[in-house]
Design a protein around this ligand. Structure first.
Ligand code: GTP
Length: 230
């Protein structure tokens, strides 16, 4: 596949039991020389449990940064395109309009979508409805969707209150949390909750209770800047 700025397929596999996601696995480093020095063991994973997850949202909301924080446990300021390795297949998409038609093609076989807005950008929040319309048009009907209000560390520049995010998520019946690619707040949780949901679906036995993603998230999530609505 032709590599494109900010729109790069990102895939790698864990050797640990899925979905015990472990950032800093050393997989998929962007530096080729580093890869040679740190040759990872061959993947011992169940191919049936490799899922494709896509990060979508307006340009600049922090999709790549979130992915890098999850994979490497660090925040690298500034815009960049990255190739990182993580526990299930993730596609980091470009938010820019000019790449939109390419993004559509990726929706089709996605198992999960992390839909991001930037809590300091009203337009990125307002565009979530358009993103959801597009997702419903192009993605599979049973795709797992999670709404993320990113840049939660920028509370003083906040343009969207947390309850507005919660309300929108409720309207579309999707789980929601605020994240920060900078501080790492809720980043692991976002990816882990999606992975758990996908894993439970794949392994679902008729008599087993269904995994409750909403309850799991509510129990686990960190309330960053909880009480400082403007
Ligand atoms: N303070 C803060 N800045 C962030 C956060 N996430 C991303 N940024 C910054 O926001 C800018 C855009 O981040 P990217 O990760 O490149 O955004 P993107 O959504 O991948 O952008 P496109 O590739 O254009 O679609 C960069 O300057 C990041 O450093 C965050 O959680 N907190």
């Amino acid at each position: 596949m032709e590599r494109m700025e900010s729109m790069e397929p990102i895939s790698a596999c864990y050797t640990t039991a899925y979905p015990e996601i472990q950032p800093d696995s050393g997989y998929g480093s962007r530096d080729g020389t580093e890869n040679q020095a740190k040759t990872p063991p061959p993947p011992a994973y169940d191919e049936e449990l490799v899922h494709k997850t896509i990060l979508v949202g307006d340009s600049g909301v922090g999709k790549t940064s979130l992915l890098v924080q999850f994979d490497q446990g660090k925040f690298i300021p500034g815009s960049f395109s990255a190739t990182v390795g993580i526990g299930f297949t993730i596609w980091d998409t470009a938010g820019q309009e000019r790449f939109r038609s390419v993004t559509h093609a990726y929706y089709r076989d996605a198992h999960a979508l992390l839909l991001l807005y930037d809590i300091t950008s009203k337009s990125s929040f307002d565009n979530i409805r358009a993103w959801l319309t597009e997702i419903h048009e192009y993605a599979q009907s049973d795709v797992v969707i999670m709404l993320l209000g990113n840049k939660a560390d920028m509370n003083s520049d906040r343009a969207i209150r947390r309850d507005e995010g919660e309300r929108l998520a409720r309207e579309y019946s999707v789980p929601f949390m605020e994240t920060s690619a900078k501080t790492g707040v809720n980043v692991d949780l976002a990816f882990t909750a999606v992975a758990k949901e996908l894993k439970h679906r794949a392994a679902q036995h008729p008599n087993e209770p269904k995994f409750q993603i909403h309850e799991y998230i509510e129990a686990q999530k960190e309330k960053s800047g909880c009480c400082s609505y403007f």
